[in-house]
Design a protein. Structure first.
Length: 317
């Protein structure tokens, strides 16, 4: 089994921790991705989408009750019930309560992991799409400047600590930039986020960006007639596939994007029917939105153009 050399540099301490790790998910790991597919790096790893598997397998929590979903949040919206039967404590940002450190309103309805305590950990299956050195940042809130976490991959020797900055309150949020640098091999990995010290912080997501990545070129508008020419031959996909409700039931798989391209098609049209998946407050479940991201990402990776079509309309009040 091949191994890779991974180095992590934690800022601002700039300590170097080097460990040799497997480039594959450990064979004794029994967790499964919550969304039915790994979260992607580069990109955001959403804290609330930790793997399925339960206490002692994909997470360790200091008590069995979810302190957010179903306890603090007792409403009937999906965000109030999100993973309420699991021990990891999940809540969401609320209008008039959650602010940035500058006093602006945070976007409401954003799920996050909270009630953190030393000794707790959560695991995530991630897919690193390009090997390299990544800068790690986080969207978080913290009542203390003493909190520390650790990131480990594939059961490798623990590395850390990563000090988290304070925001002064649990409901004051910021993006903490350049918390760490981590060198990752391409492929599937299991990432473990552990609370080392203090806790008392909330985390929305970890963001992984390739170090030294150049900015995207400026957008150049394309005339409608030229757009139509570029679309070429197209095909409708996944409009009625059960993956919109549960990814584990999906009939359309990642490999099908490449087969569409190899079959001579240049474009796919996604029939969303988003309104039929909205709750009573006309909000979409983030799992549904992540499925949409998955479809678009893999279509583009297979060199296909994407048309996003609602395909069904109704009045929203």
């Amino acid at each position: 089994m091949s191994t890779v050399l991974r180095a992590l540099r934690f800022l601002p301490l700039a300590a170097i921790v080097v460990c040799s790790v497997s480039a594959e998910i450990p064979s004794d790991y029994h967790g499964k991705p919550f969304l039915g597919h790994p979260q992607a790096i580069p990109g955001r790893v959403q804290a609330e989408f930790y793997d399925l598997g339960g206490q002692g397998v994909t997470y360790n929590d200091s008590d069995a009750e979810n302190q957010g979903s179903g306890k603090l949040n007792t409403g009937d919206k999906w965000v109030d019930r999100f993973r309420k039967d699991e021990g990891v404590d999940i809540s969401y940002t609320k209008t008039g309560i959650d602010k940035t450190v500058d006093g602006a309103d945070e976007k409401p309805g954003e799920l996050y992991l909270g009630w953190t305590a030393p000794g707790e950990w959560v695991k995530y299956t991630v897919e690193v799409r390009e090997a390299g050195t990544y800068i790690v940042s986080a969207h978080l809130s913290s009542r203390t400047d003493a909190a520390e976490i650790r990131l480990a991959f594939d059961g490798a020797a623990p590395a850390g600590p990563i000090a988290l900055p304070t925001t002064g309150h649990w409901h004051k949020w910021r993006v903490a930039d350049r918390l760490a640098e981590v060198q990752l091999a391409k492929g599937l990995h299991v990432m473990t986020l552990s609370v080392l010290k203090e806790g008392n912080f909330n985390i929305d997501y970890l963001k992984f960006e390739l170090s030294g990545q150049t900015a995207a070129p400026p957008f150049t508008p394309v005339e409608a007639s030229d757009q139509v020419k570029r679309m070429g031959r197209g095909v409708n996909i996944i409009g009625y596939d059960p993956l919109w409700d549960s990814f584990v039931k999906a009939r359309f798989k990642e490999r099908h994007f490449e087969r569409i391209h190899d079959g001579g098609f240049q474009t796919v049209r996604l029939n969303l029917q988003a309104f039929s998946h909205m709750d009573s407050a006309s909000q979409l479940d983030p799992v549904w939105l992540n499925t949409l991201d998955w479809a678009i990402d893999h279509a583009l990776a297979s060199h296909l153009m994407v048309i996003v079509d609602e395909a069904r309309f109704r009045t929203v009040r």
